[in-house]
Design a binder for this molecule. Sequence first.
Ligand code: ZN
Ligand code: FE
Length: 256
Amino acid sequence: MLNAEIVQLPCLQDNYCCLIHDAENNITAVIDTPDARVIEAELEARGWQLDYILTTHHHWDHIDGHVALKQRYNCEVIGPVLNQDVIPGIDRAADDGDVLQLGRISVQVIATPGHTLGHVCYWSPELQAVFVGDTLFSMGCGRLFEGAPEQMWQSMLALRNLPDETAVYCGHEYTLSNARFAMALEPDNQQLQQRCQTVEQLREQRLPTLPTSVLQERQTNPFMRADVPGLQAQLGLSGRPPAEVFAEIRQRKDQA
Ligand code: ZN
Ligand code: FE
């Protein structure tokens, strides 16, 4: 495993962005830029430059700092191929299956349409980490602003298929409200009960509940569990196509 550092930065109300830093090569990347000033302050405090901006999707709270940071650091801006015309400062398009080489760190692009059609996630096998923007949250997923349930379900599967131990870095701290929703759907899920307790304790201390892991989400995230018979039965949708079950869960969450 590559010895690089990942720093998760709280920004705005409930956003996170992440810095990746490889000290040996002195390479630094940021995933999304909710707040240029927070990111600059952190870079300065650590004595790091900025080499790359990776963009998950075109919503303003993920791209707001792009222009200011590019101006200051002359970094390369990478973002989803489908939205390259609306994301400011894009130098390179990221498409499904692309491998980005950031110094020694290689990052694979995974298209995850649903929240937006162009949304991509960035997976680094060497860092055992995936940066999922607003596709996946702990025990939740992004609202379907542009995509269809079938697409988002496929995106859930793409992330669920990553190695269990992969750390999952999400774009927002929505975990506590997601946990309550998930508990209402699967009150007997023991891993979920445990996760809820942990999350409540963390939030009482105002600590982040993220990153989560692929294994933990597979066990507790209802949106990743639309093909699990127990959950299907709970919803009265036994044997239905998972995308349909997913759509029902998403609809209930939207109305919660
Ligand atoms: Zn978004
Ligand atoms: Fe967002």
